[in-house]
Design a protein around this ligand. Structure first.
Ligand code: IMP
Ligand code: MG
Length: 194
């Protein structure tokens, strides 16, 4: 892996582009747009969960920034728990195999559960998670995902609270990685393969 001492955003054909090592990353969703949408989603969740105290199940590692931001917009009591699953390895293509690498600390029995995801691609991870958590007898499960990738899926879309629909591109930043890189970018960008 090549390293650059500092990330730099350049302007190319009127678009902002980050060039780092081998990858060229184009900005897809700017930071202020993310902030605004996260606030809106927070208001929506606050209204829908008024009088309730859901368990936010943050799916690591991709959702950590999204959850950190949106949980501060929620004006209701919540429990925040974490679960880690692995489905990709270091590749850009889903392996289709989902494995729990870290389970919840708390019981979700008879609780309202909100699965907090960074992105839904094939939907395999989400399907697995819903099935797995449903077996623990929660009162109900809903899904909140920052990004919903526009890919053809055989199963129905289970995302009730969605930040953005995005094109079928590999995206990084705001928690999302490519081979563990770029999670700390404050915007969502896509890797442009030349
Ligand atoms: P799915 O099972 O195909 O829906 O993939 C879901 C998981 O794969 C997400 O939780 C992400 O961790 C990862 N993933 C899917 N698409 C992307 C992407 O474009 N960038 C980074 N990670 C992704
Ligand atoms: Mg993820």
């Amino acid at each position: 892996m090549k390293h650059m001492s500092k990330y730099k955003l350049k302007k190319e054909d009127g678009e902002k582009v980050l060039v780092s090592g081998e990858e060229k990353i184009k900005v897809l969703i700017h930071e202020p747009t993310l902030k605004k949408r996260v606030k809106e989603l927070g208001r929506e969740l606050t209204a829908d969960y008024e009088g309730k105290s859901p368990v936010l199940v943050s799916i690591l590692r991709g959702s950590f920034i999204f959850v950190a931001d949106i949980c501060r917009e929620l004006k209701i009591p919540v429990i925040i728990d974490f679960m880690a699953v692995s489905s990709y390895g270091d590749s850009m293509v889903s392996s289709g195999i989902v494995r729990i690498t870290k389970d919840l600390e708390f019981s979700i029995e008879d609780r309202e559960v909100l699965i907090m995801e960074d992105i839904v691609d094939s939907g395999r991870t989400l399907n697995y998670l819903i099935k797995n958590l449903q077996a623990r007898n929660p009162r109900n499960i809903e899904v909140c995902a920052l990004l919903d990738k526009n890919v053809p899926r055989k199963t129905e879309n289970k995302v009730k609270y969605k930040g953005f629909d995005i094109p079928n591109k590999f995206v990084v930043g705001y928690g999302l990685d490519f081979a563990e890189k770029y999670r700390n970018l404050p915007f969502i960008g896509y890797i442009e393969n030349e």
